[in-house]
Design a protein around this ligand. Structure first.
Ligand SMILES: [Ca+2]
Length: 319
């Protein structure tokens, strides 16, 4: 009996590593290993309208047609909006200034799209969130039955036994909207959290980048172009030429959960800390968690070679 075909609903802030993740997802779609039922965009790396145009650009480049792209929340629930232009460029795609896409966003709000698609495919969707969690929180507020309608929620976000990447303690996706993130982690749905603890070790380096650059396809050339900006931003952090394609690891776990190891713990988001706002907190004591919140499945270990090989193969598989 054939395995169930994953149906993925993506929420993103495209963004260089989001763009690479879209290429990865496009390769799954092209090989018939997953279906991409929709994309929503949110503030984060860039504003959501630009993020939607970037998403359309990448899907068109990868030859994936008919996927609705909805613009979502333009700001967080309880703080000012911040973009990450130093890491992703003024256009979100490494200042590559690509022409406008042929397609356009649907006009539906991303949170409404989540609710609609979840109701159209009850129990079937893997909701993959690789940006701040404002759209997911808004969708929860729109439809109290949403948690029971999704198969799973996979989130790139958080940092536990790892420093933050936007403040000393906070990871960017959570820090961009801590109130939304805590609502999402409090909901009664099966969450897999993919924190910096597992994404940072997967940083691609010189050899991987060289293999990608040696491949002559439109998708590979585009990936090389946007990675050039990202690598320049990352090199001082990594102290070697390389970059962390955080979002792609979360995407990979939908079809290949064995790439990571996990632990199950309730997770909360620090919302009041003067130095720690946006930090993800778990009870790591070896006693039953004193928390009635549903446990999240948190990735704690990663097969780095498996991730890098799969990502490279996917990028090289596109025309
Ligand atoms: Ca992202």
């Amino acid at each position: 009996m054939p395995a169930r075909l994953p149906k993925i609903l993506l929420d993103c802030d495209t963004g260089i590593d989001d763009a690479l993740t879209l290429l990865y997802l496009a390769s799954l779609v092209r090989t018939g290993d997953a279906e991409l039922v929709g994309v929503g965009t949110v503030h984060g790396n860039i504003d959501p309208a630009t993020g939607a145009l970037n998403t359309l650009r990448v899907l068109e480049l990868a030859g994936v047609e008919g996927v609705p792209v909805a613009v979502g929340a333009g700001r967080p629930m309880a703080q000012d909006v911040h973009y990450a232009l130093d890491w992703h460029g003024q256009d979100g795609l490494g200042d590559t200034d690509l022409p406008a896409p042929a397609g356009a966003p649907t006009g539906e709000a991303a949170a409404a799209q989540i609710v609609r698609l979840a109701r159209e495919h009850p129990g079937e969707l893997s909701l993959l969130a690789i940006g701040p969690l404002t759209n997911l929180a808004a969708a929860l507020l729109l439809d109290g039955e949403l948690p029971g309608l999704l198969r799973e929620v996979v989130i790139m976000g958080g940092a536990f036994d790892h420093p933050g990447n936007i403040t000393t303690h906070a990871e960017a996706n959570i820090w961009h909207d801590p109130e939304a993130a805590d609502l999402v982690l409090a909901a009664d749905w099966p969450v897999t959290l993919v924190p910096l603890d597992v994404t940072h070790p997967t940083a691609v380096g010189e050899q991987w980048l060289t293999k990608l650059a040696a491949h002559d396809s439109a998708a590979a050339r585009f990936a090389v172009r946007i990675l050039e900006f990202y690598v320049t931003a990352y090199t001082p952090v990594l102290k070697r030429r390389g970059a962390v394609v955080h979002d792609a690891l979360a995407a990979m776990l939908i079809t290949n959960p064995e790439v990571c190891e996990y632990t199950e713990r309730p997770v909360r988001v620090e919302r009041r800390g003067e130095l720690t706002r946006g930090a993800t907190v778990w009870d790591a004591r070896s006693i039953p968690a004193d928390d009635d919140r549903r446990a999240s499945r948190v990735a704690t270990g990663v097969d780095v070679a498996a991730f890098q090989d799969r990502l490279l193969a996917a990028l090289l598989s596109l025309d």
